[in-house]
Structures are given as C-alpha cells and as structure tokens.
Ligand binder design. Structure first.
Ligand SMILES: Nc1nc2c(c(=O)[nH]1)N[C@H]1C(S)=C(S)[C@@H](COP(=O)(O)OP(=O)(O)OC[C@H]3O[C@@H](n4cnc5c(N)ncnc54)[C@H](O)[C@@H]3O)O[C@H]1N2
Ligand code: MOO
Length: 422
C-alpha cells in the first residue's frame, strides 16, 4: 500500500504530537543559566518572562552633544544664536547629575541626562561643532557654545523604559532563545531562564556494513553517513540526540532501544525495504510500528508507529530508509517541519518557482525530490536522482519538487524549489 507524502507527513506529525506536547508541559521545565555562549542558546522558554527592570533604566542621551533646557534656546535663530556657558561633561557610566539651568552640559551617547535638561542638541548642530577642552579635544570652553535653532523637548533623549518597562511581558512561553532574545534577557539583568526540556531522540543506524568514520573499512563495508546527517538535523531543531549503531539483528536492535528508556522518540535508518535482512522491520513490525511505501523518491520505504515496550510507555518511532539521500530527505519532509514548529522555528523552507535549466524525467506515480543548484541566469539545474548521491546533495543549494503525476518536464518548465543553503 502506498501513501502520499502529505498523508505520511500527517501520520508522523500526529505520532510526534504527544511527545512534543509533553516537552511543552510547564511541569517539566528546567532552569538554565543565561551565561554567554551557554546552554540557553536555542532553548525554548517554558514560561512567560516579565522584566524586573525598565530598559533603559534611566533617561540617557542618544547622541554625543549638549544637554540643554529647551526653553533656554527657544529664541535661537541663525542671525541671533543663543550662546550658553558649557557645563561639566558627562560620559556613559557617570552617575546621574544635575544640569545647571542656562548652561549646556556636554553629554556623550548613553550618558544619563542631567536633571533639569530636557533635550540634546547633537554636537554637529552646535557652534563650534566639536567638544572643547574635554578628553582628547583641545580648545577653550570658556567662550561657551552657540545654538542657532531651537530644540523640541525630548529631542535625542532615550527615556527610561522606552525599550522595556518594569513588569512588562518581555518574551512569551514558546519563544526560542536566539541572539536577540538572549540579549534582551541580559539587558534586563536576568541570569537564568525556565526552558522546556529538549526532546530526547535516540538515533539508530542499522546495517552490519556500517563502520564509524575513522574506522578502517573491510570488504563490503562503508562509513555511516546517516548518523552525521540526522544528528546535525536534529540538533538544528533543538533536540538532544543519543546515537547508536545496531547490526542487522532484531534482538540487538531491541537491546539498543531498551538501553535508552529515557528516549522520547526513536529514529532508525535502514532495514525497512524488501531485503531478506530488514532488521528494523523484523524487530518492530510486530510491536506496533507500521511499514509501507510513500509515493516519494527518494525516501519510498518508510515506517512509523508507537513501539510497545515492556514496562515502559509506548515509544514513537520513525523509521527511515538507509540510503543516505533518502534518510536526509525523509527528515526534511517528515520530521523537520513538526520539530521546528515545536521549537518556535520557521517550519517551511523559502519556496520559489523557477524554470528548469534542462529537461528532466521523474517516476510518474511518485513525488520526486531532486537536489539542484541555482544558476546565474535564474534557472535551476538538477543532479542525478540516485539516492546514494550524497556528495551531490552536499553541493546543492535547493531541493526541486516534481509532483506525483508528472513523468517528464522540458527545459524552461517552472518547478517548485526550496532553498536549503540558509
Ligand atoms: N527489491 C527492492 N529493493 C529495494 C527497494 C524496493 O522497493 N524493492 N527499495 C529501495 C529503496 S527505494 C531504498 S531507499 C532502499 C531502502 O533500504 P533500507 O531502508 O532497507 O536500507 P538498507 O538496505 O539498510 O540500506 C540501503 C542502502 O543505504 C546504505 N546505508 C544504510 N545505512 C547507511 C548509513 N547509515 N550511512 C550510509 N549508507 C547507509 C546501505 O549500505 C545500502 O546501500 O532499498 C532499496 N531496495
Ligand atoms: O526511496 Mo529510495 O529512498 O528511492 O532510494
């Protein structure tokens, strides 16, 4: 029996839903430190965060210039400038101070606005348009500074709380902590965050031909590439990954699974098609996991279901085919969207419709996904369809979709293209 890509995607999303809901349960939240480059990066907030402080915490200057009381230069014109004596300069970090009325207080960007001043004139608009006798600046400040236009109250003042008010809802539960979110938590002085636990995924590559990178290959053996592609894909979605390899032996595979009772999700690769030694199918088909064919190429043979376990809750299982392009495209189509949605990430690739640079053929009954490259002329060229051509995938910038029902497309035909080079 063959299902469509959409049907299988819906099956996998429904299978994952309870596990994803469980990690979103507030009772499972964890506290993580908000140390720079620390463990909070990429995590998802388990609870709303309110700001304990206003940001900025005090009114400060948006420009290097002079803080003034706007009324003092209200009459200034080009022909009749107003000249004010220069007060003591304030830099960012200096404690808040008092502005003497009828003077101009030099303020640097970020300096607290001295009490009594209500506007800042940027230094370029003052006469002279440079600081006098401050820091490295030479010149004699005793002649004062002249202003030839009035300034509206509030000009170039960043009011206390203009970014965030004290008590304001800063970030909501479900927000993923990326650079800007971590920065805003730091800006309000927080040092810890309550985050959702990560989905714990057990990733098992099967096949007795597999050797880890670094191991010497014997006759008939190959290096395991699927663990690398799927572990990286899972980490990109914020999951925690335990990797294991199992030989083509059902008991050994079940033992690997039993050794990871903490897993929220099991992903396997290999051992699902029509061979004589289909370890995943053999081990899991009688325990609640269904195997069938999705009308997709690569990625046809697929398994999914809830694995019954002794004395443990059933475990959601997604079984991908072993061919490395098939495994990674299966992740792209079936797991990436729900996992990214749950992590507060955009779940869809950027989609474009572009003309093919050359004619292609496609298996008529299947949704074919080719790996391709954008060309300078705006067209897209695609590589060969083989599901072992992993290097071609690594060089590709786009996925090209040919829907089921189409057997051939001529050069110039518009195809749906997903960008994968972001
Ligand atoms: N008679 C049929 N044969 C096959 C069919 C079919 O319908 N009838 N389907 C083909 C398709 S399509 C695919 S996809 C594969 C799926 O096979 P399995 O999921 O059972 O995977 P394996 O047989 O274990 O491996 C397939 C291929 O991939 C290599 N492989 C496996 N794991 C890895 C890994 N971790 N890293 C790198 N390469 C891996 C493995 O050595 C095989 O070459 O079945 C077709 N056959
Ligand atoms: O479906 Mo298989 O994944 O074409 O190579």
């Amino acid at each position: 029996m063959s299902t469509t890509v959409e049907e299988h995607a819906a099956t996998v999303a429904a299978l994952l839903a309870p596990a994803l809901a469980a990690v979103a349960d507030p009772s499972r939240a964890e506290m993580v430190p908000l140390t720079p480059a620390g463990p909070a990066h990429g995590r998802v907030l388990a609870a709303d965060v309110r700001s304990p402080l206003p940001v900025p915490p005090f009114a400060n200057s948006q420009m290097d210039g002079y803080a003034v009381r706007s009324a003092d230069i209200a009459a200034a014109t080009g022909s009749r400038p107003v000249r004010l004596p220069i007060g003591r300069a304030r830099a960012a970090g200096d404690a808040a101070d008092v502005h003497e009325l009828g003077t101009a207080t030099p303020v640097m960007t970020g300096a607290a606005i001295p009490a009594g001043a209500d506007a800042v004139v940027q230094i370029e608009a003052a006469d002279p348009p440079r600081f006098l006798g401050i820091g490295a600046a030479g010149g004699d400040p005793s002649a004062g500074v002249a202003f030839s236009t009035p300034v509206a109250p509030g000009t170039f003042i960043r009011e206390a709380g203009s970014d965030v008010t004290a008590g304001q809802l800063l970030l909501t539960a479900g927000t993923r902590l990326g650079p800007a979110q971590l920065a805003t938590l730091a800006a309000v002085g927080l040092t810890t965050a309550r985050v959702r636990p990560r989905l714990r995924v057990l990733l098992v590559s099967t096949g007795h031909e597999l050797r880890a990178p670094g191991e010497t290959l014997g006759s008939g053996q190959i290096h395991d590439a699927n663990t690398a592609s799927l572990a990286a894909s899972l980490i990109d979605t914020g999951a925690e990954v335990a990797c294991a390899a199992a030989p083509d032996d059902a008991e050994a595979l079940l033992a690997v699974i039993a050794a990871h009772p903490e897993a929220d999700l099991l992903i396997t690769t290999g051992g699902v098609s029509a061979g004589a030694f289909e370890v995943v199918r053999d081990a899991l088909a009688s325990r609640g996991v269904s195997f069938g064919h999705v009308a997709m190429q690569p990625g046809g043979p697929q398994g999914a279901g809830m694995l019954r376990r002794d004395e443990l809750a059933p475990l959601p299982v997604v079984a991908f085919p072993g061919n490395p392009v098939s495994a990674l495209l299966s992740f792209e189509m079936f797991l990436r969207p729900p996992l990214r949605r749950a992590a507060g990430l955009r779940d869809q690739r950027e989609v474009r419709w572009l003309p093919l640079a050359h004619a292609i053929e496609s298996p008529q009954g299947k949704h074919q996904i080719r790996r391709g490259m954008l060309r300078d002329d705006g067209s897209v060229s695609v590589g060969a369809p083989g599901s072992h051509l992993l290097h071609d995938y690594a060089r590709s910038t786009v996925l090209v979709h040919v829907p089921a029902g189409i057997a051939a497309l001529p050069a110039g035909a518009e195809v749906e293209v997903w960008r994968i080079d972001e």
